[in-house]
Design a protein around this ligand. Structure first.
Ligand code: C2E
Ligand code: CA
Ligand code: CA
Ligand code: CA
Length: 284
């Protein structure tokens, strides 16, 4: 019970006790990697979509594409298989697959009359990896005939630590394509205030570790307010992630967040369910 309480407390404070990514290559991990490789090759990784809404108008401002993978023995969490993909070179083909799937979904939403941009997570490794990510993105946009402005790329600032000069150069190249760029997980250890002003980004996402419990936790509320004010001072669209209750949703709206994403609005949905959700929630 002590351990459980400790872990719960650490999770609440955002300090991770157990980090799967730091584990050695255990037999489970090697078996996972083998299966993940064939899942990526066979296009078996699916995508769920979670809406972001304007809390004042109710309008849908976008949808985040989230990778989903089910193995024979059940679903594997992205927190487990994404780091595995990142360390094994699978992240590039996996991201290409997610980009293609998400952009073809976005094209379908538009055909159904929903002008909703889609957001894809870009792993830090891809910014400075051997494959030119700008070309990967440009080709996916062309293949799916989606205007660049309908794609947002969510990137953590951590990706700019290893090779900041090239990382920022790649961000500018992506921005020149016309895609929107979003700083993800803002407020976590991966972000630094200093560089934010230099980045060609349009959006800032406040991480759910700050958003959750803002109605009861003064410290987190303070961080959320500061992040929101900083984002607006820099002219960015501010998204709060992880609102689970009406109280949290209302508080974030009152703080002035431009978009809210979280279970209170909707869980991430399978493509068909998301299209139905869009039809039910379209504001005219
Ligand atoms: P993230 O980019 O911060 O994505 C948001 C995560 O918060 C998602 O978890 C989403 O399901 C979850 N979430 C949203 N609203 C709520 C809420 O109200 N309460 C709670 N408790 N959680 C909420 P998910 O789908 O498990 O993904 C975890 C992480 O895995 C993502 O965090 C992202 O870093 C990574 N990831 C997922 N899909 C991809 C992908 O296609 N490519 C890359 N590179 N990373 C991905
Ligand atoms: Ca994200
Ligand atoms: Ca996050
Ligand atoms: Ca993340």
């Amino acid at each position: 019970a002590d351990v459980a309480m400790y872990v719960a407390k650490q999770a609440r404070t955002g300090v991770h006790v157990y980090q799967p990514a730091d584990d050695q290559d255990t037999p489970r991990r090697l078996a996972l990697l083998t299966d993940l490789r064939s899942a990526v090759e066979n296009g078996e990784v699916r995508v769920a979509y979670q809406p972001k809404v304007d809390p004042v108008t109710g309008r849908v401002t976008g949808a985040e594409a989230l990778a989903r993978w089910t193995r024979a023995d059940g679903p594997v969490r992205p927190d487990e298989f994404i780091p595995l993909a990142e360390r094994s070179g699978l992240i590039t083909p996996l991201t290409e697959h997610i980009l293609d799937t998400a952009l073809s979904a976005c094209a379908a939403w538009r055909r159904a009359g929903h002008e909703v941009p889609v957001a894809v997570n870009l792993s830090p490794q891809m910014l400075t990896g051997p494959t030119p990510v700008r070309d990967v993105v440009a080709q996916a946009l062309r293949r799916n005939d989606v205007p660049a402005g309908f794609l947002t790329l969510e990137i953590t600032e951590g990706g700019l630590i290893a090779d900041p000069v090239n990382g920022v150069r790649v961000l500018h190249a992506l921005r020149h394509l016309g895609v929107r760029l979003s700083i993800d997980d803002f407020g976590t250890g991966h972000s630094s205030l200093s560089r934010l002003t230099d980045l060609p980004v349009q959006e800032l996402k406040i991480d759910k570790s700050f958003v959750q419990d803002i109605t009861h936790d003064r410290g987190r509320r303070t961080v959320t307010v500061a992040a929101q004010q900083l984002g607006h001072a820099l002219g960015l669209h501010v998204v709060a992630e992880g609102a689970e209750t009406q109280e949290e949703f209302d508080a974030l709206r009152d703080l002035g967040c431009d978009s809210i994403q979280g279970y209170h609005v909707s869980r991430p949905l399978a493509p068909d369910d998301f299209l139905r959700w869009l039809a039910e929630h379209s504001v005219r």
